[in-house]
Design a protein around this ligand. Structure first.
Ligand code: ATP
Ligand code: MG
Ligand code: MG
Length: 355
């Protein structure tokens, strides 16, 4: 039986490991936390830092191919792995996605529209960028942000940027224009080792406090918007000579125009619904791509709504278990910090309706 390595032991790694196990792959996870969600279901876990050279070599030597479940894997670590075993998605995809400035420039090279932006390297630069945007915008750390962390909104000229550069850690930032969108959608797409691409039906995503609250499938978009979003995702896959699943987030304007927000070179929270509503989930699709198996048709058998279970919402489990159309998936995390993603539930057949 062949083995697949996963760098990162969070819930995405856990769901990848579960999908791979179903296809008889042995999954070896690398994560510094001995009790990682993925380690608990994997064949084996190497407990070490993501940039530990000996651990990376051990992971590569124990497996035929290596993937990752988060985009902040150090590029040097991915390259060290790639010197021994194939690494998918390619390390170049990490570089494109780890830094919001690089990411936006990459999207522009693909011919994909993004929000207007300015790089911000100090307090003076912040003030200049804000005045170029009439005092309005979203300031983000270029690296390491997720779930809306590392962001600061400016509502207008009365919102003072005084001291904000230091308050955000004195690290490189990007100011984005605040997009007035009608809705947000995402495309979960995949590319196989042979270059075949597939895309699931776009999901419509609702965020609260910067965190994904729910994804509804299908999104309320017209055929043209749907096609433009899928085409954009496919052109990103081609540009990166990508292998695996990617998540691409978009803003949709009132007139249907799609504007890319960000890309995630991995399985994506807004694709969790695929495990309940599709024959082959994004997790299996990713492992198929990485392992060199044929991709599957991205068919869905149901419309659905996926809801994240955040913090103590995980305590809804006994009640959810009584619902006939609720597909529940918990991540095995011990501490239910407020806002922490503890699990999700996919309601099949519409927004919480019984079939
Ligand atoms: P994650 O990786 O968990 O999706 P993140 O921390 O990388 O989140 P973003 O996707 O950049 O954050 O932003 C989170 C949410 O904030 C977006 O989904 C959107 O709702 C809102 N947002 C971000 N940037 C903009 C923008 N330029 N204009 C309007 N809304 C925005
Ligand atoms: Mg992000
Ligand atoms: Mg996002």
């Amino acid at each position: 039986r062949s083995a697949i390595g996963i760098v990162g032991g969070g819930q995405l790694g856990r769901m990848l490991a579960m999908a791979a196990a179903r296809l008889d792959y042995r999954v070896v996870v690398l994560d510094p936390a001995a009790d990682s969600p993925a380690g608990e279901v994997a064949y084996r876990q190497i407990v070490a830092a993501y940039d530990d050279p000996a651990a990376l070599d051990e992971l590569a030597d124990a497996t035929e191919v290596v993937t990752y479940e988060f985009e902040n894997v150090p590029v040097a670590a991915a390259e060290r792995l790639a010197a021994r075993k194939p690494v998918f998605p390619p390390p170049a995809a990490l570089e494109a996605a780890q830094d919001r400035l690089t990411e936006k420039r990459f999207l522009a090279r693909c011919g994909i529209a993004t929000a207007r932006f300015e790089a911000v390297d100090d307090q003076t630069g912040l003030e200049a960028a804000l005045s170029a945007f009439a005092g309005r915008g979203i300031l983000k750390t270029r690296r390491m942000g997720y779930d809306g962390k590392g962001q600061r909104r400016f509502a207008g000229p009365d919102d003072s940027p005084h001291g904000v550069f230091e308050a955000m850690g004195g690290v490189p930032l990007i100011l984005e224009e605040t997009v007035t969108f009608a809705r947000e959608i995402s495309v979960i797409a995949a590319r196989g080792r042979d270059g075949e691409t597939v895309a699931y039906e776009p999901a419509e995503n609702v965020h609260e406090n910067g965190i994904l609250r729910r994804s509804v499938v299908p999104a309320a978009i017209d055929a043209e918007t749907r096609k433009n979003a899928i085409t954009a995702a496919e052109s990103i896959l081609e540009a990166l000579d990508y292998v695996g699943v990617i998540g691409v987030e978009f803003f949709v304007l009132d007139d249907g125009t799609v504007i890319a927000n960000e890309i995630a070179p991995r399985v994506h929270n807004s694709g969790h619904w695929t495990e309940a509503a599709c024959v082959v989930s994004q997790f299996e699709m990713h492992m198929r791509a990485v392992a060199g198996l044929p991709l599957a048709a991205p068919m869905r058998h149901s419309d659905c709504t996926m809801e994240n279970l955040l913090g103590d919402e995980v305590e809804r489990l006994p009640a959810l278990a009584r619902e006939p159309n609720a597909f529940v998936h918990l991540y095995g995390k011990e501490t239910a910090r407020a806002g922490r993603k503890m699990g999700h539930v996919t309601w099949l057949g519409g927004a919480g309706k019984r079939n």
